[in-house]
Design a protein around this ligand. Structure first.
Ligand code: SF4
Length: 403
């Protein structure tokens, strides 16, 4: 898999801990925990797992004194585990008090996310927001001003609705709401700068839950500022709906060079794996040719020519094997993420696709005994048979990576 260079929208560069976000740097993958931050052990473990899966920033909610009191401990735990992923603190209604009362929390975080619609109302809002910005300046932390459709600053909405009503041809209510998102983000950034925050310490997001709204809002936002943009479809939903909607929206924007860090907000199935959102984010970037994270497995869909489950099991097991190895392989074998592996169901397309991959295997299809030619760098090297095909193929892939 080769990466391609899509011209990125030129942005400022913002340093978040040891990670840079902006157009001079690769699009950053991030995620968010769903543990109670007050439970330091559980949150440490989930952050660690998300980081191992490839999350380059991890956001944790800081919603209570109990949560804020544990942030420095979580940071220390992660450091002791060799995990240097920057932690982002998600602040809403009481962020000012938590940053004031827990300075060790303010210091341990690498970035503050502030939702200007959830800070407060009227002059109180400005007072609280200004205090949070003061803390960001004091602790030298960047800030994501994260506006959300579901918690839009009502003062901005009312102002724009009033102005719209006076127009000869008023915009639709949805169009005004989209504009309110953008205005809220940009005006909040202007306010932060007026209080002394360096513009190079600001990222923006304007999240909505519908694909076309997101595309429209981010195109407009991108044209009106040079802050790095955090991209994500909020409340994308569960399972395939969440994955498809996020992919549809983000792919359009990324193809236009818009977006500097992405988060896929999936509702986990009960007992589901939080790391799925990392895999989806990585696969969006990798299948678009923007970055490489893990060797991709090319596999045919299967059809009436495949009578057994050997083919599907083999494709699934080799993909899992590759993902599990990547935290170590990434360090030991630079470039391994660009490797391609093919698992094909029968001789119709199997040999051809297998030869195109770095390592490929072609299964025999319906009614035939499992005799599977393996191709390495386009040459047939061995034929696997019997019930150890999966283990033998895994071993061939491992040899390829190590040599
Ligand atoms: Fe079917 Fe063979 Fe094509 Fe796979 S490669 S979809 S098994 S015809």
């Amino acid at each position: 898999m080769t990466t391609i260079s899509i011209p990125r929208r030129k942005t400022r560069q913002v340093q978040v801990g040891n990670v840079w976000v902006g157009s001079d740097h690769p699009v950053v993958v991030q995620s968010m925990t769903n543990t109670d931050t007050a439970d330091a052990a559980a949150t440490t473990q989930q952050v660690y797992e998300l980081w191992k899966a490839g999350s380059e920033l991890v956001r944790i909610t800081v919603n209570s004194p109990e949560a804020a009191a544990q942030v420095a401990t979580i940071r220390a735990n992660l450091d002791a585990m060799g995990c240097d992923v920057p932690l982002v603190g998600d602040f809403h209604f009481n962020g000012d008090r938590l940053l004031r009362d827990y300075p060790e929390c303010a210091q341990a975080l690498a970035k503050y996310r502030i939702n200007p619609g959830n800070v407060g109302k009227g002059s109180k809002r400005d007072e609280k927001y200004a205090f949070m910005i003061e803390q960001a300046i004091k602790y030298k932390k960047p800030v994501r001003i994260g506006v959300n459709w579901g918690s839009l600053d009502q003062a901005v909405v009312v102002k724009l609705m009033d102005a719209n009503a006076k127009l000869a041809q008023p915009l639709s209510a949805d169009a005004v709401m989209r504009e309110a998102l953008i205005v809220s983000a940009l005006e909040s950034a202007d306010q932060a700068i007026s209080w002394g925050l360096d513009p190079n310490q600001i990222l923006l997001s304007c999240k909505v839950s519908h694909v076309q709204d997101l595309i429209s809002v981010y195109r407009s936002l991108a044209a009106r500022c040079d802050y790095p943009l955090h991209l994500g479809l909020t409340e994308a939903g569960m399972g395939s709906k969440g994955i498809v909607a996020s992919t549809a929206a983000l792919s359009v924007l990324l193809q236009e060079g818009i977006g500097d860090t992405i988060r896929i907000s999936l509702t986990p199935e009960p007992g589901g794996d939080r790391r799925t959102e990392i895999i989806v984010a990585q696969e969006i970037l990798q299948t678009m040719g923007l970055r490489s994270f893990t060797p991709l497995v090319t596999a045919c869909p299967g059809c009436g020519r495949t009578s057994s489950t050997v083919f599907q099991e083999l494709a699934s097991s080799i993909q899992s094997f590759l993902r599990e190895q990547m935290p170590i392989w990434r360090l030991q074998y630079p470039g391994v993420a660009d490797m391609t592996v093919a698992v094909m169901g029968c001789v119709v397309n199997g040999p051809g696709e297998s030869k195109l991959a770095d390592v490929g295997i072609s299964l025999p299809g319906t009614g035939e005994i499992p005799v599977c030619p393996v191709y390495v760098d386009g040459e047939k090297t061995v034929t696997l048979k019997g019930d150890q095909i999966s283990e033998s193929f895994q071993s061939i892939v491992l040899d390829y990576v190590q040599t």
